[in-house]
Design a protein around this ligand. Sequence first.
Ligand code: ASP
Length: 334
Amino acid sequence: MKRRKFLQNASLTGIGVAVGASVLAKNTAKDISSEIVSEATNSPTTFPIVIATWDVPNATNKAGQVLDEGKSALDAIEQGCMAEEADASNQSVGLGGLPDRDGNVTLDACIMNKDGNYGSVVYIQNIVHAISIARKVMEETPHVILAGKGAEKFAVSQGFKRVNLLTEASKKRWEKWKVTSEYKPIINIENHDTIGMLAIDKNGDISGGCTTSGLAFKMAGRVGDSPIIGSGLFIDNKIGGATATGLGEEVLKTVGSFLIVELMRQGRTPQEACEEAILRIVTSNPNFKNFQVGYIALNKKGETGYYSIHERFSTSIYKDGKNENFKSDFYNKT
Ligand code: ASP
């Protein structure tokens, strides 16, 4: 439904398709002194900006509102991600996430701030706001990752309530899946609301976060890229940030988000860096036609980029007080 609406909007306005690498090469990071132009809208860049994977207007509007109030990118990321985690109709994040093959909803999340600090939870159960626990890990413990029962115990010690995350709708889909129990963790190419989010606040400082229930009907214990620093998310406040969605195993093997930030450090635009990171995957895995990966990136100047293996990836960008969804360019045109 959401995607249909987006496609309609995109065709009506004639905007929304990211510009390919050749065109973007003219608008590179070396062009620092000239007026900054974003790839998505060709309008001058003003801060704050939020960019997130997929069509998640509630999350980006929430984060944008927090930034418009003058709060930090870190606060915006947490609150934006929380909006998606609390939405039971989104079956790939937080409450109502699709369970693993044993029927347990297990969440992965991480957050990274402007000072290069990082916190993460993996395989946490019974807690809606995994992103907030990740922030607590970063701010209240000497560690960077807490897993499973330990993460849940820590969350409860911080005042978070235990909640059954398996909604009736998600349980029904799991029961339907059990009829065939085909173990084929192909990521949904069409639409998937795992949220990776990057924000730059009024001070020009960048933070990011990522939160997911991971692959639907995954093996019990499976952890994806989303909570792993450098893979699902990486921020360097001097350069920019990147985050991922899609088949986590492929993002992990290529340390995708770190790669994108390092490419931007070398002068690539966010768009060029996202395209190169996708190229690394497709050139090393001939099976790429069977899975989706999408990246988004933001640099210190407020330029954005996004790219995926297959069609139908999109990004939500909050800028100048409004949110828009943009269809991403993609690699597999055959
Ligand atoms: N990257 C996530 C994972 O592999 C899933 C997703 O983004 O859709 O767990």
